[in-house]
Every structure is written in structure tokens, then in C-alpha cells.
Design a protein around this ligand. Sequence first.
Ligand code: SF4
Ligand code: SF4
Length: 181
Amino acid sequence: MNRFVIAEASKCIGCRTCEIACAVAHPVGSGAQALSPQTFSPRLTVVRSGSVTAPILCRHCDDAPCARACPNNAISQTGDSVQIDQSRCIGCKTCVVACPYGAMTVVSVPAQAQPGSFLTSLRPRAEARKCDLCVGRAEGPACIPACPTKALHLIDQETMAATLRRRQEQAVQNLAASVTL
Ligand code: SF4
Ligand code: SF4
């Protein structure tokens, strides 16, 4: 089972600290350009609907619709997560339409100047973006410890099994309290 991060909407206060932690963990380029209003591009989005707020982020679906839809095989199952190979992404946005959670975006990345190259004259590059579980970050996803209300959780096989067990036990209690034939 793939791991994923999920929010408890009842604890979310919509402060967007998770977005900032995500953007800081995924700088675009280097130096002053790495984190600026132009390059601020978190891989999760805090959404408000009525009185409820929660970050929307990739669920790393075990049979990922985005991976099935991508015409250039840029999205694949990698270990226990779904990852994007940016070298294959052509920015077609098919994955954006295919994702049932609205967790995928395609952004325009400024061309990076290379010493001695003409790259600065090139057009910006398109990249598909979504939560990558902060792959390569030893401490795990940066959003989780940043949340001031502890609304974010990493779900793996173990925590999923424990949640399932709790729900089943609760269902048995409810049955005992409500059903007499
Ligand atoms: S940091 Fe936590 S409380 Fe703030 S918006 Fe994100 S999930 Fe909600
Ligand atoms: S935008 Fe990129 S990752 Fe998404 S479907 Fe198109 S090529 Fe694949």
C-alpha cells in the first residue's frame, strides 16, 4: 500500500503554514530566486469550502488515474509512492484532469541560467506538480511537523490497519447499543 499524507479537517484552521513548509522544502532554483512570490509553488493547496478548510494533496493512489492517463509515461509507481519524472513531462495537463482529488497542478518554471549557455533566452518549462512525500528528506514530509494544530498525518500500512481496527470495534459497540431483534 502506498503511503500518503491526509488532513483532519476538524483540526485545520486554514493558516497555510503547511503550504509554506512545503514550498521551503521544494525550492525552485537557488539563491534569492528560490523562494519568491514568483516561484512560491507548494505541492499542496489549502482549500476553503464554506466554514471548512483543509489542504488538498496527492493520495498516492495504488492504481493512480494520473499515471494511467499520462501520454508520456511521466508518472509511475516508485517504491511506496507515485512520482513524476520531470524529464518526461510535456505539460499537457491530462493528469490534472484525471486526478479525482484536484491534487495535481502544472506550473511554469522559469528557465535557469547556465554559465556560458544561451538558456536564459529559452521559454519557461512546464512541470506537473503534486505531493512527492518530500522524497529524499530524511525527516519525512515537511508539512506534518509544521502544522500548529497537528492536523496532518502520514498514513502507512500500519496506521491504516490500526484505523480500520478502531472503526470495526466502534461498529461492534454501535451494533451492541442499537440492535435488538
Ligand atoms: S498548517 Fe495545519 S492548520 Fe494550518 S492550514 Fe495546514 S493543515 Fe490546516
Ligand atoms: S502534464 Fe506531464 S505528467 Fe501530466 S499527463 Fe502531461 S506529460 Fe504526464
